[in-house]
Design a protein around this ligand. Structure first.
Ligand code: ADP
Length: 480
């Protein structure tokens, strides 16, 4: 059976209280008994002492004088204390009236010193102290009894209170604990209630903050911060899905329109060829878009692992330059490269790194008009391999710069010129850079071309192996 926190707290409270009260009363009871014992024993000893003094003082005047003095002493003790004195040969010199009880008689010679025994005389509890004394060359046996009834009575009363009040006290305190538990947990119930009201349709709702600046407030703040993150993730996913569907629809409707138009009436072979080329271009565009979407979806799910190995960057740069030169030639651009003599060893996934560089080179070619220039320069500083890809193209407006790495973001410039693209290339490039602990910086302004600078930690540098992320987070959006 699953108990609520409140019930568990109450049970715990009950158990702790019962144990503490029990221990407390037990210690009091024990202390009380000990203190009664000490008081009574001291009183008995005091009485023995008084009797001894009387015997010592009156013995020189003969035994009758002793008896007379003891009788006098006995009558002085109004508190019920009694005593009896015998000589060593068993002859009673004095006995208080209540000691005449037949049940009580002096035993054989008791041991030296004071010994204590409890006896019930006339149904009353007495503590009896017994002593053997040598006074004036004679041995005397003295019993002095102090009534313990008042003490016993007090102890009984205390135990009665203990018996009657202990369970009551524990029950009352437990009820109080149950009530307090309810009060303490009330804010938790409020948090639960408002958390239950948050759903996908009402993700913008937040939990009400408790007034007190305590742990529950911190918990609520943490939950609210978590809701912020969930809301922005859901928004991002919704936006991503909407953008993806929109961008996929465009090439697909182009394919459909081209095919429909071609089928309306018979065409010449060259018309069919032209239509089929347009269809091919559109299907390539959608295939590329789907591939990019898949890459990002896998990255989001954490399913894509980069295979990082220590490898030289130079061969990757050479391959990328070869490809970029072909693109540049096809578009009538001048392509220049400047590569280092050293291999630039880094931790990298060569295929992913090549993809990153080709994305930047593809953009440089795409956004530069015929006659322009595209440059790639590879070099290094103490800790990084640095690759700079520059072009003399349309450039990027300052207001667009913070967003170009966001998914589906395309600057108006790029859209208005009808340059093909999805706005996903740089998002993927940055995800790859993050996976290499690398950075990508951009320097650009409208009409003045763009310079993308990639810095990858060198394998020997301190900031390499350990600094590399173990798992890759999906690309982060700066604006959704
Ligand atoms: P796209 O498929 O649109 O090229 P990217 O993610 O690669 O998507 O780039 C995002 C946007 O950044 C582009 O649409 C463009 O506006 C801008 N951009 C990227 N590289 C360049 C460049 N070399 N010159 C000018 N604009 C660029």
């Amino acid at each position: 059976m699953q108990l609520t926190i409140r019930a568990r707290l109450t049970i715990l409270y009950f158990a702790v209280l019962a144990a503490s009260f029990f221990a407390f009363f037990w210690i009091c009871d024990f202390g009380f008994q000990r203190s009664i014992e000490t008081t009574v024993n001291d009183a008995s000893r005091g009485n023995l002492e008084s009797v001894r003094k009387v015997i010592e003082a009156s013995l020189p005047q003969g035994v009758p004088k002793v008896q007379q003095q003891l009788t006098q002493l006995s009558s002085l003790w109004a508190n019920g204390a009694i005593f009896e004195v015998a000589s060593a040969d068993g002859e009673w010199l004095f006995r208080s009236a209540r000691f005449l009880s037949p049940e009580f008689a002096l035993p054989a010679i008791p041991p030296a010193g004071v010994s204590f025994l409890t006896n019930n005389l006339e149904m009353r509890q007495y503590q009896i102290a017994r002593e053997r004394l040598l006074i004036g060359g004679k041995t005397f046996l003295i019993d002095a009894a102090v009534p313990t009834e008042p003490f016993d009575q007090a102890l009984d009363n205390f135990r009665l209170i203990e018996k009657e009040f202990l369970p009551l006290l524990v029950i009352l305190a437990s009820l109080l604990g149950y009530w307090l538990g309810g009060r303490a947990l009330a804010p938790v119930n409020r948090i639960i209630q408002s958390a239950e009201e948050v759903g996908v349709q009402s993700l913008s709702r937040r939990l009400e903050l408790p007034c007190a600046k305590d742990e529950l407030r911190r918990l609520t703040e943490t939950l609210n911060a978590m809701l912020d993150r969930i809301e922005s993730s859901v928004k991002r996913i919704t936006q991503f899905t909407a953008d993806a569907s929109h961008d996929l629809r465009t090439p697909l409707s182009l394919i459909r329109t081209n095919a429909e138009l071609a089928l309306r009436r018979p065409r010449t072979e060259s018309e069919y060829r032209a239509t089929l080329s347009r269809i091919l271009a559109s299907s390539e565009e959608s295939a590329q878009l789907i591939e990019q979407l898949l890459t990002l979806a896998r990255a989001d799910a954490g399913a894509t692992q980069l295979n990082l190995k220590v490898a030289p960057l130079l061969p990757v740069l050479l391959d990328a330059c070869q490809q970029a030169r072909l693109w540049a030639q096809a578009k009538g651009l001048d392509f220049q490269d400047s590569l280092p003599s050293e291999p630039l060893t880094v931790h990298m996934d060569a295929r992913a790194m090549e993809r990153l560089l080709l994305t930047l080179l593809d953009n440089a070619v795409k956004y530069t008009s015929a006659g322009g220039t595209v440059r790639l320069r590879g070099h290094s500083d103490e800790r990084h391999a640095i690759v700079e890809i520059a072009d003399s193209g349309i450039g990027i407006a300052e207001s667009d710069l913070p967003y170009i790495f966001d998914r589906f973001y395309r600057a108006d410039q790029a859209r208005s010129r009808e340059v093909p693209g999805s706005g996903l290339g740089l998002a993927i490039a940055r995800w790859i850079a993050d996976g290499h602990n690398a950075t990508i910086d951009v320097e650009s302004s409208m009409g003045n071309g763009a310079l993308f600078r990639v810095r990858v930690p060198l394998a020997g540098a301190a900031a390499s192996a350990e600094a590399l992320p173990k798992t890759l987070e999906p690309p982060v959006e700066s604006a959704v």
